[in-house]
Design a protein around this ligand. Structure first.
Ligand code: LLP
Length: 408
């Protein structure tokens, strides 16, 4: 793995001097490289990427990804609004909610975005109220391509999608209400470990697709696995692209026409493009453990605690220091362990530690727990740094609260 300092186009320590810490830094060069890699993996098919903006939703990042030619995958009406604010045309946005109320679908209709429905009752209600509005249908193929149950959503117990076993019922509804189905979709979860299983799900979806004669697109979701550490499993995107391209070309023949092939990458585009820079508050020795305590916690990066995820940590202030074995922990009032028994170049109070893969699902999953403030975000673009979110202030923390005057 390249040292963190070498992956980014500007000096990370200088950025912490300029903007303070903790600090999220994202590099557009890395996002663009991943975008092009994914697009180039396919040939002879009409591929479109809808960026899953839940991964990282800063408006400047959304705008940058729009300039690359992507559309947007939005899972809440607020994400739809962010996309529109970032300049996406409504028809470039696909709204793929789960478990939302009908009024949220109605708002999406008023905004004119594409709508992906994952529930038979909702589909029937929608068809009665908006008979002309084209829809996409989310199918759950019932496969388990990932390892972590929290982020695998294609299996039988998952709340997402309309079960493939309900296809006959779905077709009856479509026929009865004459529903204009323009797309068919699946997303089997994040961190696909086994592409063969994923390809099995593609077969299931393509088979189902043949029952819908007027499709404009088939959306295979995402879940491409990026590496978090040396030797980690990662999706061989070039190989997968080739296999899917061949399969799609055969499908075009079976189906009698060519339709768009959509993917909704989140992690693949932005995970490796981001780093979280933190400062060491304490170095503490207990009878069993050497702790390095940093000025962040699961309020800013919850993935290690929530999913047991590995985030590579480097001491970028002392890269050639003698490695020692640390538990890296946060500053919260709970166990907020980022890493256990990790060999890291000697850590001193005041050093800057970098956390890799902090582009996806870090800032967007951050909170104000312990009344801590959220960090600033900086975007690196063409050799320059831009502050794209200022650090929160104490006033930000209390500004939505209302005084009653009762207890003053
Ligand atoms: N499309 C849909 C409908 C999704 O629900 C998701 C992610 C994606 C696309 C993008 O998947 P990706 O390319 O990022 O794997 N917070 C978890 C990941 C949860 C993903 C939820 N849905 C994590 O930090 O690993």
């Amino acid at each position: 793995m390249k040292p963190e300092e070498k992956r980014f186009s500007l000096d990370l320590i200088d950025l912490t001097k300029k903007y303070g810490s903790p600090l999220f830094v994202y590099d557009t060069t890395i996002i663009q490289k991943q975008y092009e890699r994914l697009m180039n993996a396919f040939s002879g098919v009409h591929v479109k990427l809808h960026y899953a903006c839940k991964a990282l939703s800063n408006l400047e990042v959304l705008k940058f990804i729009r300039t690359l030619g992507a559309g947007l995958d939005a899972v809440s009406i607020e994400e739809v609004s962010l996309g529109i604010r970032a300049g996406y045309q409504p028809d470039q946005i696909c709204f793929t909610p789960s478990g939302v109320g009908f009024s949220e679908l109605e708002e999406a209709v008023h905004k004119g975005v594409k709508i992906n429905i994952d529930n038979l009752d909702m589909l029937e209600l929608f068809a009665q109220k908006y008979p002309e509005y084209p829809v996409c249908i989310r199918i759950n193929p019932h496969i388990m391509a990932g390892g972590n149950l929290k982020i695998s959503v294609g299996h039988i117990d998952s709340k997402f999608g309309i079960s493939i076993h309900q296809l006959p019922h779905l077709l009856k509804l479509v026929d009865h209400w004459n529903i204009p189905v323009e797309g068919i979709h699946m997303h089997t979860g994040s961190d696909i470990l086994d592409t063969e299983v994923f390809l099995g799900a593609v077969e299931i979806l393509l088979n189902a697709a043949k029952s819908f004669p007027n499709l404009k697109y088939i959306d295979l979701g995402s879940g491409f696995k990026v590496p978090y550490k040396e030797g980690d499993i990662e999706t061989n995107i070039e190989q997968l692209g080739q296999t899917i391209s061949t399969r799609m070309k055969a499908f075009y023949k079976e189906y009698g026409k060519e339709v768009d092939l959509i993917f909704e990458p989140g992690k693949f585009l932005v995970s490796e493009a981001g780093v979280l820079l933190t400062e060491v508050n304490t170095v503490k020795v207990s009878p069993s453990t050497l702790f390095a305590g940093v000025n962040t916690g699961f309020n800013h990066l919850i993935r290690p605690m929530f999913y047991n995820s590995y985030h590579h940590i480097e001491n970028i202030s002392n890269p050639s220091g003698n490695p020692r074995v640390y538990n890296v922990v946060g500053y919260l009032c709970e166990t907020d362990t980022f890493a256990v028994n990790r060999r890291i170049a000697e850590i001193r109070v005041g050093d800057i530690l970098s956390f890799r893969n902090a582009g996806a699902y870090c800032f967007t999953m951050a909170s104000n727990y312990n009344s801590r403030l959220k960090p600033a975000e900086v975007l690196l673009h063409q050799g320059k740094d831009y502050l794209v979110r200022r650090r929160e202030s104490f006033e930000d923390l209390v500004k939505l609260q209302k005084k009653t005057g009762l207890f003053d």
